[in-house]
Design a protein around this ligand. Structure first.
Ligand code: PLP
Length: 466
């Protein structure tokens, strides 16, 4: 069977005619307009019929044959081949979807932990730093960059860590990463396996617990006392690795006092253990003096320090860092000698400029005030509306608080949603979620304005008590 073809070929567009012809025939074959077994018109016939050159037709036919839509039969012409399965017509592409997840509707007053204040972010300055980084004539910036991270950025970090966190370290001890999870992932591959057991505060940060589990670690849950991790449980765990948040326990918010810090370091020394100190938000303390890091007291090289730019700058920078004990630096280079740096050299260079010019320090100083005011608004609003009906937990630092209310939390969350407010459950922070208390909700306040915090709390009261 031979057919007539009358495609519309547009000589005024950029797409070459042979491509237009090829696309037309291909589409017809895919959609069944030209059935298998059909003989396409001869080259000479079609070129005359369509007033195009023989080369144009020949090129289109060659492409169809190369892709398996047609075959060229000596003496009989070009024959359309059957397709295994009818293809989805081009132009109707849809993403393959697994199970559809129910999308949660957005709420006007969303106390989402992890959100930060964007109204006071110095976008102009940051854009300028990005632009200056792009104008750099260092080729490193456009290639893979230093494996451990931009040297300038590491130098700025070393300075900052000494001034703000009391950490003394060399550039060789700093490894730039693209977030806390990527840092912990590297550590899981670096540290002596010791039966792959890690002791972790219970409750603690599920984002990191998940990384340990994915690397085949068993997590030994260590309970909390009013002043932080229970050291006797830690001693009983026999673990040789502990992951903790000493300066602002996540999510409860207590600060590990100096006596306990010293005992913790002694434990690590006596057991030849490592402590991973996650110092994720220590910039934001609203009462008393800033607490020096655990790493600052670590004379025996047992503490691995983790810092992140997600709270004090932008989560989207995807920038974090590890400070390794001196004794692990060589091992790090050996183990990861063939790994490329995971965070972008361009972002790292812009951050280097941002820090070098003093913008980072200024930004932190400003944000401390901004968050302190938001925090005060939140606490006052809760006290004003709820009185003693709610117990506020962890109210001296950070970008979130916990609210304890003697009610079922599922009910609290769904009632809040009906008033356009979102607060969050905490059960995932427990290594066994079934052990989590049923009366605590989490409220992050970093991303909300003071007015929205005030209105959100008022609505919570209406939702739960009115
Ligand atoms: C305890 C803790 N550590 C670290 C982080 C930051 O993680 P990242 O650096 O991956 O943004 C968070 C943020 O939610 C956190 O709660």
């Amino acid at each position: 069977m031979m057919i007539e073809l009358t495609p519309f070929l547009n000589k005024t567009v950029r797409t070459p005619l042979y491509i237009q012809l090829y696309q037309y025939i291909k589409k017809e074959i895919e959609e069944g307009g030209i059935p298998p077994g059909t003989l396409l018109p001869s080259i000479r016939y079609l070129s005359r019929h369509l007033h195009i050159s023989k080369n144009t037709v020949e090129s289109a036919y060659q492409q169809l044959t190369a892709e398996g839509y047609t075959e060229s039969k000596p003496r009989s012409g070009i024959k359309v081949l059957p397709l295994e399965k009818p293809l989805v017509p081009s132009g109707h592409f849809t993403y393959p979807e697994r199970q559809k997840r129910e999308e949660e509707p957005a709420r006007r007053y969303d106390f989402q932990y992890g959100d930060i204040d964007l109204d006071h972010f110095p976008f102009k300055t940051w854009k300028k730093c990005l632009q200056d980084a792009m104008n750099s004539d260092s080729p490193d910036l456009f290639l893979y960059g230093d494996r451990q991270g931009d040297k300038g950025l590491r130098a700025e970090l070393a300075k900052y860590l000494f001034q703000a966190r009391g950490v003394r370290c060399s550039l060789e001890q700093i490894v730039v990463c693209s977030g806390t999870q990527s840092a912990v992932s590297l550590l899981c591959q670096l540290l002596p396996s010791n039966g792959r057991v890690v002791a972790a505060e219970n409750p603690g940060y599920d984002g990191v617990h998940s990384v340990f589990l994915n690397h085949g670690y068993t997590i030994r849950p260590i309970g909390l006392e009013p002043d932080g991790i229970d050291l006797s449980q830690l001693a009983e765990s026999r673990a040789k690795l502990a992951y903790i948040t000493p300066s602002h326990q996540f999510p409860y918010g207590m600060v590990l006092p100096i006596q306990k810090r010293l005992k913790l370091l002694k434990w690590a020394d006596q057991n030849d253990a490592y402590i991973i100190e996650d110092d994720y938000d220590s910039e934001f303390r609203y009462q008393g003096q800033p607490i020096p890091s655990l790493k600052a007291l670590d004379t025996k090289e047992n503490v691995i320090y983790l810092g992140t730019f997600s709270k004090c700058f932008l989560p989207s920078a995807r920038l974090s860092y590890i400070v390794l004990p001196e004794r692990l630096t060589e091992q790090f280079c050996e183990r990861f000698g063939r790994y490329s740096q995971s965070s972008s050299p361009m972002i790292q260079r812009a951050m280097y400029l941002f820090m070098k010019e003093g913008f980072f320090e200024r930004h932190i100083r400003k944000m401390k005030k901004v968050y302190q005011e938001k925090h005060q608004t939140l606490i006052s609003a809760i006290e004003k509306h709820f009185g003693h009906e709610v117990n506020i937990i962890g109210e001296k630092a950070g970008l979130h608080i916990l609210m304890e209310i003697r009610r079922d939390i599922k009910d609290l969350i769904s009632k809040a949603e009906k008033h356009d407010v979102k607060v969050y459950p905490v059960s995932d922070f427990w290594i066994d979620p079934n052990e989590s208390p049923s009366s605590i909700v989490m409220a992050g306040f970093g991303g909300l304005s003071e007015q929205d915090i005030e209105e959100g709390v008022k609505r919570l009261y209406q939702a739960w008590f009115a």
